[in-house]
Design a protein around this ligand. Structure first.
Ligand SMILES: *[C@@H]1O[C@H](CO)[C@@H](O)[C@H](O)[C@H]1NC(C)=O
Ligand SMILES: *[C@@H]1O[C@H](CO)[C@@H](O)[C@H](O)[C@H]1NC(C)=O
Ligand SMILES: *[C@@H]1O[C@H](CO)[C@@H](O)[C@H](O)[C@H]1NC(C)=O
Ligand SMILES: *[C@@H]1O[C@H](CO)[C@@H](O)[C@H](O)[C@H]1NC(C)=O
Ligand SMILES: *[C@@H]1O[C@H](CO)[C@@H](O)[C@H](O)[C@H]1NC(C)=O
Ligand SMILES: *[C@@H]1O[C@H](CO)[C@@H](O)[C@H](O)[C@H]1NC(C)=O
Ligand SMILES: *[C@@H]1O[C@H](CO)[C@@H](O)[C@H](O)[C@H]1NC(C)=O
Length: 459
């Protein structure tokens, strides 16, 4: 701003002379004459020019001039008036007209106020995504502009005024704190300066910054629900489903479904606050454990769920379902339990290593001694082959006659032993009776022995 017109040195001389004239000359005749300045209290655009008319009703005025530091030019004169063009008016100033009437100085003045539009109005960038329910600050800068008393900065949401601030200094900042809501999503915020020169008869000038559109969002802390099969056969496909509730705006969320290192083509739909992504998981890679990941991204934040998926292929013989050491008895009915799985279904054959004889699998059969040996169980499909070695040990069973003879001999032996024991017992009992009849001096000693005493009780 240009400081209020300190009058240049040249201006002082006529003022001093005016004072001298006033004091030295007797008051009277010239007092009724004045010097008018037109227009009065002008407001003009900075850098502009204006016409100043200094006129008087003094019949014979002399030396009418204008005192100003501005660039001036005489553009016309007539009886009792003189007009000047003042150009390049860049700041507020005061113009003074002076002249002489009957040897006395006469003066008049007018104020010039310059108005200037702000050089710049800018709304600071908004957060790229603003969480709903959190405050954010709008900040706007207005640079330049005059006169400051008539200039203000206004923050707007659409056309709604949020905050207003009068200009102070060269740069004015206006702030507003806004609690982000769902209805602020897509709202346009802007900043406007207003130069109100309606009292000066010039109207209301205003200009707005480029609008900035806000995006607000809600992303729940819960991870998405992922529905996937636990097992997937090579070459097959299964649907995969990923859902997340409470999202806003659900239609702007991004979903990624990844199986291992393979991105799945998912179709995403949203209804209300619910987002659903469906894809088809196809196992066209090798078998093994894979991870399937569902990743939902909104407002620069992500929520994800991981789940394991096992891809399997054939052919495979399950060792747990195929005993590899068999201990069987001959001439009995047995079943060789063995299973192979895979896709496509494999064919399973068990062949004796030495003879190439094919033993039935899963079907009961009567075992003979020549089944003993090593077998190769082989599962075969278009996907490949797997072999498992099975050892079959067949034990000889003794013929029935041998068994009967052994039983008879065992019983016979038992009978003989029993008879022998009974006989020995009877002989000893006879000896004991004989000793009593003899009246032997040993008798008291022997009768004290407990087992002898027990033996005598029944007699
Ligand atoms: C200046 O003012 C006088 C008196 O009002 C008028 O006669 C004259 O035409 C004006 N001059 C201009 C250039 O406006
Ligand atoms: C107007 O005045 C400014 C300084 O007050 C000066 O720099 C500029 O050159 C002037 N312009 C004209 C057209 O006289
Ligand atoms: C948002 O700001 C207002 C004041 O500007 C305050 O009262 C309110 O608690 C703030 N809300 C949050 C969620 O920070
Ligand atoms: C915000 O501005 C954009 C582009 O100028 C417009 O498409 C959109 O409708 C506006 N939003 C509102 C809520 O007025
Ligand atoms: C996804 O779709 C594109 C084109 O529709 C296709 O080229 C690509 O092979 C698909 N990817 C998967 C993994 O299905
Ligand atoms: C989720 O996806 C986004 C966008 O594709 C990515 O930037 C982010 O890193 C992913 N998050 C995780 C945890 O993988
Ligand atoms: C064992 O011998 C019988 C008759 O000699 C025969 O039928 C059978 O196939 C043989 N089994 C094996 C495993 O060689």
């Amino acid at each position: 701003m240009v400081p209020l017109a300190p009058l240049p040195g040249a201006c002082w001389t006529p003022l001093i002379s005016l004072l001298l004239v006033c004091c030295l000359l007797p008051l009277g005749a010239q007092g009724q004459f004045s010097l008018r300045v037109e227009p009065q209290d002008m407001v003009i655009s900075a850098g502009g020019s204006l016409l100043i008319n200094c006129s008087t009703d003094c019949p014979h005025p002399k030396s009418i001039t204008v005192e100003t530091y501005l660039f001036k030019e005489t553009v016309g004169s007539g009886l009792g008036w003189e007009a000047f063009q003042l150009s390049n008016v860049t700041g507020d100033s005061k113009v003074l007209c002076s002249g002489f009437c009957n040897g006395s100085q006469i003066t008049g003045s007018s104020n010039i106020t310059v108005y200037r539009f702000p050089k710049r109005v800018e709304l600071a960038p908004l957060p790229p995504w603003q969480p709903v329910g959190e405050n954010f600050t709008l900040r706007c800068q207005v640079e330049g502009g005059a006169p400051q008393a008539h200039l203000s900065a206004v923050l707007l949401r659409g056309e709604e005024e949020l905050s207003r601030q009068l200009a102070v200094g060269e740069s004015t900042e206006v702030l507003a704190t806004v609690l982000a809501g769902r209805d602020d999503h897509g709202a346009n915020f802007s900043c406007r300066w207003e130069l109100d020169l309606r009292p000066q008869g010039l109207g209301l000038f205003q200009n707005s910054s480029a609008p900035r559109q806000l995006r607000t969002f809600v992303l729940p802390v819960t991870p998405p629900r992922l529905i996937v099969p636990r097992l997937l056969e090579v070459g097959t496909s299964r649907p995969v489903d990923c859902t997340l509730d409470g999202l806003f705006p659900a239609s702007e969320a991004q979903v990624q479904l990844v199986l291992g290192d393979q991105m799945l083509n998912s179709s995403v739909s949203s209804q209300g606050d619910t987002l659903t992504a469906t894809a088809t998981a196809t196992a066209n890679t090798e078998e093994g454990a894979r991870e399937i990941v569902c990743n939902v991204t909104l407002g620069g934040e992500s929520r994800e769920t991981r789940q394991n998926l096992t891809i399997y292929n054939g052919p495979k013989i399950d060792p747990a379902k195929c005993p590899q050491h068999l201990m069987w008895k001959e001439r009995r009915i047995h079943v060789l339990q063995c299973q192979a799985r895979g896709n496509p279904d494999p064919q399973l054959l068990c062949l004796q290593k030495s003879s190439g004889f094919q033993v039935p699998v899963g079907i009961p059969f009567r075992v003979t001694l020549n089944y003993s040996g090593t077998y190769f169980c082989r599962a075969t499909s278009s996907q490949g082959t797997q072999t498992l070695t099975v050892l079959m040990n067949i034990q000889v069973r003794k013929p029935l006659s041998v068994t009967i003879a052994m039983v008879v001999l065992t019983i016979l032996g038992f009978v003989i032993i029993t008879a022998a024991l009974v006989y020995v017992f009877w002989v000893r009992k006879q000896n004991a009776i004989y000793h009593v009849n003899q009246g032997s001096s040993w008798l008291p000693l022997t009768s004290k022995q407990p087992h002898e005493a027990l033996g005598e009780e029944p007699s």
